[in-house]
Design a protein. Structure first.
Length: 563
């Protein structure tokens, strides 16, 4: 990869280090992330609940709170309509718990991905009206539910939409539409996830009912949904994640305890990486494999035995998901070998018959990471192609799909991730159009794999204090990546060896300081390093390895350059 080494303004770095009494390394990392003012940097380093924005700055929030309080006081039945991913599931859990605490009479609906598809459905609204539901509150869905809201209105059911997905030019004619991405919404933080928007509604309700002291207890669930939805971990999202992850050390919720246990995280300090790669996939597996309510029931369970049983079920679903994912990726690999041109286009559009529709989004993510270009993966079934797309840096996926609006039965999502549906026969035309869009939207340089480097250093610069400074920036995620450094001309002092058939471990030295280096899924570099002249340059992040109570620094390799 090409290394892009940051060149921060040294005067700004010195000024920030003095103002906050922090090290030059930490000040450099803050400046690299655009935090050049002392006050903004201080809030970033010390996120606190009092830094949360006033929820009533969000358009329609006052109307939503008033209607919910009327429903609670009148004993009206409230349906919470969610989505099947982690964001939607956690949003249901958060809002339902809050309304129950306020005395609300609630039920919920989570659609089945493979049977119901994405979005709100009129049939669910009609059934809800028959059952006496008077108020429906959507979470992480509904911003394009025009017909559904109209159906509800005709049946005498009020709708409150809470969502974060990008809206159309018009909004559904609901009683209230809470979405910071509304063009007419002045809410300052536009990066909230679905569970984040739901939490802002809870915050407003608790402010009205003097229950604000209970807000921190919700942030463990909010953190999981926020991190899983891969939204920028800055602003309010950083507060949710930082406070919530700290709370996961001692969870009171039986479901969370069981989920942490089955994920192998008991007794460990849980990080955003743990949430993204261990906890969230188990919750997500329910929706991906065609389930519905298991994750909500797990996180709402008051019985430890039931919680452990549900956590085990989620774990089994996740293992099944992994097996299917491996199968799809193998088939994708065969298709790319047979038709190399598919992998060389600016946007990879690849389809297969009968691929599991709940897994194609993960496949798109893996292909985007591997080829450094936007990827659409489609599953064809009975003349319909169901697609999931992931974008590469700087490419607006929804704008690309907009050029194919006449081909698509439906589409929606974010600039970085989207779902869509069209006739199988139109897939070649979809491929042609999105690549034509990419010709004007992407430069050739955008396709070149590159790595953002926070700075060059020598191994002698790395001490325990360095690791602790870096950890002050955590939790890491979009808009706040884990710091990456470069060290050149390191001496190889231990032969590289392959671990578990896919990982690489070796040892390097510079200026008399030796450190272990681990390259996850980098076994392909083993021969290259072994055949070098004993010197390597590494791009890496810094981690701490614990073994038998002893802690030591190690380099987590991102890329290898040879002289």
């Amino acid at each position: 990869m090409r290394w892009r080494i940051a060149e921060p303004n040294r005067d700004l770095v010195k000024e920030l280090a003095r103002a906050l009494n922090i090290s030059g390394m930490l000040a450099t990392l803050l400046v690299n992330r655009g935090l050049v003012e002392a006050e903004s940097a201080r809030k970033f380093l010390y996120p606190r609940l009092e830094y949360l924005e006033d929820p009533f700055l969000m358009s329609d929030l006052e109307t939503a709170v008033s209607r919910i309080m009327i429903a609670i006081e009148a004993g009206q039945r409230i349906l919470i309509y969610g989505d099947y991913d982690v964001d939607g599931t956690t949003a249901v859990v958060v809002l339902r718990k809050a309304l129950d605490m306020l005395g609300g009479n609630t039920s919920y609906h989570i659609p089945r991905r493979l049977e119901d598809g994405y979005g709100m459905k009129s049939a669910v609204i009609q059934q809800a009206a028959k059952e006496g539901i008077k108020l429906i509150i959507s979470v992480d869905t509904g911003i394009k539910a025009f017909e559904v809201v109209e159906t509800a209105s005709m049946l005498g059911v009020d709708c409150i939409i809470t969502d974060h997905h990008l809206p159309e030019s018009d909004l559904p004619d609901a009683l209230a539409v809470l979405n910071p991405n509304r063009p007419d919404c002045n809410y300052p933080d536009k990066n909230l996830s679905g569970v984040g928007v739901a939490f802002k509604l809870v915050q407003a309700l608790f402010m009205r009912t003097n229950k604000e002291k209970f807000l921190p207890s919700f942030l463990k669930i909010v953190a999981i949904g926020t991190i899983a939805d891969v939204v920028p971990l800055i602003g309010e999202n950083r507060i949710f994640a930082k406070v919530g992850l700290a709370g996961l050390r001692l969870p009171a919720n039986h479901g969370l305890k069981s989920l942490i246990e089955i994920s192998g995280l008991v007794g460990k300090e849980i990080t955003s990486t743990d949430v993204g790669f261990r906890i969230a996939p188990r919750i997500n597996a329910v929706g991906r494999m065609g389930g519905s309510a298991q994750a909500v029931e797990l996180l709402a369970s008051n019985d430890m035995q039931q919680a452990r049983m549900l956590a085990t079920e989620l774990d089994h679903l996740n293992k099944e998901r992994q097996q299917i994912e491996d199968l799809i990726l193998r088939e994708v690999g065969l298709k790319l070998e047979a038709e190399p041109s598919l992998g060389s286009q600016r946007v990879i559009v690849i389809d297969g018959d009968g691929w599991h529709r709940g897994i194609i989004g993960i496949a798109a993510t893996k292909l985007t990471e591997k080829f450094n270009r936007p990827t659409l993966v489609l599953s064809k079934d009975n003349g319909i192609a169901y697609g999931s797309g992931r974008s590469a840096k700087g490419f607006h996926l929804l704008n690309a799909l907009e050029t194919c609006r006449d081909l698509l039965h439906r589409f929606g999502g974010h600039p970085q991730a989207a779902g869509f549906q069209l006739a199988s026969q139109d897939v070649p035309e979809l491929r042609r159009r999105v690549n034509r869009f990419a010709e004007s939207a992407m430069e050739e340089a955008d396709l070149e794999a590159s790595l953002e480097i926070d700075g060059e250093l020598r191994l002698s610069d790395l001490e325990q204090d360095s690791f602790e400074d870096i950890q002050r920036l955590s939790p890491f995620g979009p808009a706040n990546p884990q710091p990456t450094f470069a060290a050149r001309e390191l001496t190889l002092i231990a032969e590289p060896r392959i671990l578990k058939g896919k990982h690489l471990k070796f040892r390097v030295e510079q200026d008399g300081k030796a450190l272990d280096a681990i390259g996850w899924n980098m076994a392909q570099h083993e021969a290259q390093i072994r055949e070098s002249d004993g010197r390597v340059s590494l791009a890496f992040s810094l981690s701490q390895n614990s073994f038998q109570g002893m802690k030591s620094l190690q380099l987590v390799v991102k890329d290898v350059h040879l002289p």
